[in-house]
Design a protein around this ligand. Sequence first.
Ligand code: GUN
Length: 275
Amino acid sequence: MAVIIDGKKLAEKIYAEVALETAKLPRRPCLAAVLVGDDPASHIYVRNKEGDCKKCGIESRRYDLPADTPQERLLALIDELNHDDSVDGILVQLPLPKQIDENAVIQAISPDKDVDAFHPLNVGKMVTGEPVFWPCTPAGIMEMFREYGISLDGKNCVVVGRSNIVGKPMGLLLLRANATVTYCHSHTASLAALTRQADILVVAAGRPGLITGDMIKPGAVVIDVAMNRNPDTGKLTGDVVFDEAEKIASFITPVPGGVGPMTRAMLMKNILHSV
Ligand code: GUN
């Protein structure tokens, strides 16, 4: 049976470390969290991030804008926050309403306040290996590998999913750690043949039940990033069939309680480093 990677426990350890560091600073770091519209999930995420800030000795300021906010209004707010020296990090919760171009908004955030690490300058620096904020989810997964003594050097890593937030940067961080990286996505032929080669399998496709036990190499490390909410029960599930996978893998992350808490913890680390 696989070791279950406890993301919640590791996240608590990181919160405590961040709190110790913020206590040493002359003033509390400050996050400006911007939420546009009334997507219920986004409201929960932002509320959770505010709670995390509190635990870590970080000030959070929340800016709620109506769903019909014009793009110019949001860009003007970002400009104001970019120039406000009392604000260290800026986070605009995604997704944004249809009338707003997400890329334009991400590019408007000052790269040194971009605690999500979504700005193209920060993405570029990650590609070339310069010190930079790392996107929170892949960074949290790297932290799990470190904590559990999982080595990546020379390993076959397969990343399922190619989003800008998770899949693409995950592959880059694994490459940086000297792994051999394969990206799989919705157009991949023979997904199972590739996942079966993986020493480390990171799945972020958002398709419940996509990865069954027979698609996993015995002894592989399985990281399930997905958070799919069952519309009938409201329960969260990942993309991996957990009961099958835990019998085959050496390490596995649960959903919930695996990657999710680590994403939140790494945001706190990025805010600390934005000071
Ligand atoms: N929406 C879903 N995940 C994220 C995230 O990590 N950051 C932001 N800003 N929005 C999100």
